[in-house]
Design a protein. Structure first.
Length: 133
């Protein structure tokens, strides 16, 4: 009588572990994307191809971990005010923010009886730009 309940708890714990792992991977990919977007050679205002390179960097990172996203799932904002700094000479340096959204199917489909399938995960990171705006 206890065995089915124990099995559900173990399966749930397994899925929560997988969700936590995927969320951490998304966070790392967003951090890598924001770091890459903040580099001087990736100013989207100066180089229209920079957006594609930044998104590709994020997608490559995720693909290496077995997660597939589209360009529409990766948002890049190089004018984020999250850590903007203005200097006395009038130079303003903004931030690059990368957000990734990903819909994760649970490993055990029986858990969707609880209304948990799929689970939307998000990775979000901000880096100060190394180029002036």
């Amino acid at each position: 009588m206890v065995l089915p309940l124990l099995a559900i708890v173990l399966v749930g714990a397994f899925d929560v572990g997988l969700l936590t792992m995927d969320h951490q991977i998304l966070q790392n990919a967003a951090r890598e994307g924001a770091r890459y977007a903040a580099l001087p050679g990736n100013d989207m205002a100066q180089d229209p191809g920079a957006l594609g390179r930044i998104r590709q960097r994020v997608r490559d990172y995720l693909a290496a971990e077995g997660i597939q996203v589209t360009d529409g799932d990766v948002t890049v904002d190089q004018g984020s005010p999250a850590c903007e700094v203005s200097y006395a000479d009038g130079t303003t340096v903004g931030c690059s923010r990368v957000r990734i959204v990903y819909s994760k199917e649970l490993y055990f489909p029986g858990l969707n009886l609880l209304g948990l399938d799929p689970v939307d995960l998000e990775g979000d990171a901000v880096f100060r730009n190394l180029f002036g705006n």
